[in-house]
Ligand binder design. Structure first.
Ligand code: SF4
Length: 316
């Protein structure tokens, strides 16, 4: 039996850099990735940043460190490029709650409504949608939709956030949610507030309504990053309710502040996405070295699913 050896991260990073140059590859990583994976990425961002970047990159290979729908978005925008997924089984539990058939059934009941899908959906769901959005641009996109009624798929937390911002549209929410964000409760937030009195609270719109209503700021991953690290906020510590991976970027951007995330030490348990964390530096290295785990999509689907993403990019 082969003995387990400690991983030499420095060597692995050097090898990944060499392979990137040799193969004309770029690594895109979401903010929820492990710190060592974020460190080898050419670009780190949230869903909207990554969709934009995926359209711009000038490389033959994209190694996508994120969950499946994110890799699909990169492929839809770059059908001629090789998109490799270091962990092809990393899916998004929220995206999996919506199927194209369920969206079409809802559409039958609301025939005049536009279908707006969160980018956290499968390519099949995007293909039956009119336009996509991310948590960063959702309200702005929905304001531009020509119909009065909007079917919003799949996140009911984000649907609540939008309905508070956009008053002149009727939002028909789908019943999906993120099991990591939505299971964080108002009671857990109260506990954090008691432990950190006076600290401003920023939360992601995938959290439930009671958590959003008790926060000082509700924003997407990139908006939370900007808000929490802004020196003008004038606080020694901030409480942040989103996936723990974002803490690494916050500490890099403004190390003079303390970022309190849900953890067992705080009495709340972690808020973390196991699918995002299943991508390791070793998997990134092997995927790039062997050019394996290529993501492919049927041609007819690419055309139909790309249209709502391109409309989103045009409108945002
Ligand atoms: S944190 Fe939630 S919404 Fe984000 S990828 Fe994980 S399961 Fe999906």
């Amino acid at each position: 039996m082969e003995l387990l050896r400690p991983v030499d991260y420095r060597k692995l990073r050097e090898e990944i850099e060499r392979l990137k140059r040799e193969k004309n590859a770029v690594i895109l990583a979401h903010y929820y990735q492990r710190p060592e994976v974020q460190d080898v990425a050419d670009f780190v961002g949230d869903s909207l940043d990554l969709a934009r970047k995926a359209k711009e990159v000038d490389a033959e290979i994209i190694v996508f460190c994120g969950v499946h729908f994110m890799g699909e978005t990169a492929k839809l925008l770059n059908p001629e490029k090789k998109v490799l997924m270091p962990e092809p089984k990393a899916g998004c539990a929220m995206a999996d709650t919506a199927t194209a058939e369920a969206v079409l059934r809802l559409k039958e009941k609301h025939p005049d409504a536009w279908v707006v899908s969160y980018v956290n959906t499968t390519a099949e769901v995007k293909a039956v949608s009119d336009v996509c959005c991310t948590s960063a641009n959702a309200a702005g996109i929905i304001e531009k939709v020509p119909s009065k009624e909007v079917i919003f798929v799949p996140d009911k937390g984000l649907a609540y956030f939008i309905s508070k911002k956009v008053k002149d549209k009727r939002i028909v929410p789908f019943e999906g949610f993120c099991p990591d964000h939505y299971l964080f409760t108002g009671r857990m937030l109260e506990r954090l507030k008691e432990r950190h009195p006076g600290a401003p609270v920023g939360v992601h719109p995938e959290t439930p309504p009671e958590v959003q209503d008790a926060a000082d700021f509700v924003g997407s991953t990139s908006q939370l990053l900007r808000w929490a690290t802004d020196p003008a906020l004038g606080a020694d510590e901030v409480v942040i309710i989103t996936e723990i991976g974002l803490k690494y970027q916050m500490e890099r951007r403004n190390p003079s502040r303390r970022y309190v995330f849900p953890t067992p030490e705080e009495g709340t348990g972690y808020l973390f996405c196991p699918q995002m964390k299943s991508i390791t530096l070793e998997k990134v290295y092997e995927t790039l070295r062997e050019e394996k785990n290529e993501l492919t999509l049927p041609e007819g689907l690419v055309e139909r699913a790309r249209r709502p993403i391109e409309l989103m990019l045009e409108w945002s």
